[in-house]
Design a protein around this ligand. Structure first.
Ligand SMILES: *Cc1c(COP(=O)(O)O)cnc(C)c1O
Length: 424
């Protein structure tokens, strides 16, 4: 297994078999909805840099806010200190979020926001004098991040568990309660293990990295009701769905539920600087409110509530207030529904689906993701097919012409793929 002299490998890339992967395109600039490569190629970004850049890249309002903050104070520790950008952002999130989701704990990545939510749930029970409740219920095809706790509640057949089975805490995996059997299954799991379970974690409406699978508001409401009935905390992982992507500001609103804890990241940042938040309802926060110092939430990342990141997020919220994001998302949804329909009848395609500004073409299998990516690039599009799906989740500000290019590229790539691999 010695490595022959070859391409430089100083940089170790994510989810990448370094031996087999072609060198990735090198991006030298971003602009609006476009990535500009070092050879001058301009690509329409179909996935908004992992769903973060909802307002497009280099938005002048976000840039100005970050530049202003950079001149004042790029960073200061958050242990024992506070600052206006974080105070303001927390107040605004509390106002924007449903119900009494009013207590905001900042971190620097989605995975860590999930870790904090899980620790919050575990410590919630301890602080209330209840011992033994430290397991979680999560759902098949779910994805919650790459750190230990987050991996343990990610779908066990999704790859990570295979490698790390002996390392991960064991949790309970349930099917989404989409039919009577599954509803009964979830109910009985929640009842049987009541005294071990700290919380139930779900991605509302859209299971993202687990395959862009959608469920409806009724299914989500059933989960929330079941969790409440059995006395479990509900954690909504809205890291991907939050901030308009599904056609609601938060996907939880579709079912009119207020989860006990919500995780946010990705579009929270406006696609600019890493930031995440774990937000708790009043009764969760109250379980930590005590004369006992050790009842405090035991977490605190070095770069927690970084002022630049908070300034970017505040500017992103300004844009949500002043831009017509809802009609933009609805227009994208309509264009995706219309434009992706021709892919449905292709022999290699098993499903076409749209939820808000997310469009998916599911193939019979994913063969040759590298070929798919190259084909998209030839068509002027950046997309990153994974699992068995092609998908797009463009910036909300995408113009009709660019959207049309994306949609056509999806259908063309699906057709080419069908001709190449799909006919059995
Ligand atoms: C991306 C994502 C995460 C992990 O966020 P990172 O910032 O990559 O750590 C967790 N949950 C969901 C639903 C996500 O989409």
């Amino acid at each position: 297994m010695t490595r022959p002299p070859g391409p430089p490998t100083a940089l170790w890339r994510p989810y990448t078999q370094m031996k087999l992967a072609a060198p990735p395109p090198k991006v030298q600039a971003t602009e609006g909805v476009r990535l500009i490569l070092d050879d001058g190629t301009s690509l329409v970004d179909g996935i908004s840099s992992w769903w973060t850049a909802c307002h497009g890249y280099n938005h002048p309002h976000i840039r100005a806010a970050v530049a202003d903050q950079l001149a004042r104070m790029p960073h200061v520790m958050f242990g024992g200190l506070t600052h206006e950008p974080a105070e303001r952002l927390a107040r605004r999130l509390a106002t924007l979020l449903p119900g009494d989701l009013d207590h905001v704990f900042f971190t620097d990545s989605g995975s860590v926001a999930v870790e904090v939510a899980m620790k919050m749930a575990v410590q919630y029970w301890l602080n209330r004098g209840v011992k033994g409740r430290h397991k979680f219920v999560s759902f098949r095809d779910g994805y919650h991040g790459d750190t230990l706790g987050a991996m343990s509640v990610t779908d066990p057949d999704g790859g990570m568990h295979r490698h790390f089975a002996g390392y991960l805490p064991r949790q309970f995996v349930a099917e989404l309660p989409t039919d009577l059997d599954r509803i009964a299954g979830l109910e009985s799991l929640l009842a049987r293990h009541r005294d071990e379970i700290a919380g139930v974690i779900v991605e509302p409406l859209v299971q993202g990295a687990g395959g862009m699978r959608f469920h409806d508001g009724d299914t989500l409401r059933r989960i929330a009701n079941a969790a409440a009935r059995h006395g479990h905390l509900l954690i909504a992982d809205e890291i991907m769905t939050g901030f308009g992507r599904t056609g609601r500001m938060f996907a939880s609103e579709e079912a009119d539920i207020v989860p006990d804890i919500m995780c946010l990241s990705k579009a929270l940042t406006g696609g600019t600087i890493a930031l995440a938040a774990t937000v708790a309802r009043a009764h969760v926060f109250d379980a930590f409110w005590s004369d006992e110092p050790s009842a405090a939430l035991m977490h605190g990342p070095t770069f927690m509530a970084n002022p630049l990141a908070c300034a970017a997020a505040n500017a992103s919220l300004d844009l949500f207030e002043r831009e017509p994001w809802l009609s933009q998302v609805q227009a994208i949804a309509a264009a995706l529904r219309r434009g992706l329909e021709p892919a449905r009848d292709l022999p290699g395609v098993v499903d076409v689906r749209v939820q808000g500004a997310i469009g998916v073409v599911q193939l019979t299998a994913l063969k040759d993701a590298g070929w798919l990516r190259r084909r998209f690039i030839e068509l002027g599009v950046w997309a990153r097919p994974f699992g068995d799906i092609l998908y797009v989740a463009p910036p909300f500000v995408i113009e009709p012409r660019d959207l049309d290019l994306l949609v056509r590229a999806m259908v063309t790539v699906a057709r080419d793929w069908s001709e190449r691999f799909g006919v059995t």
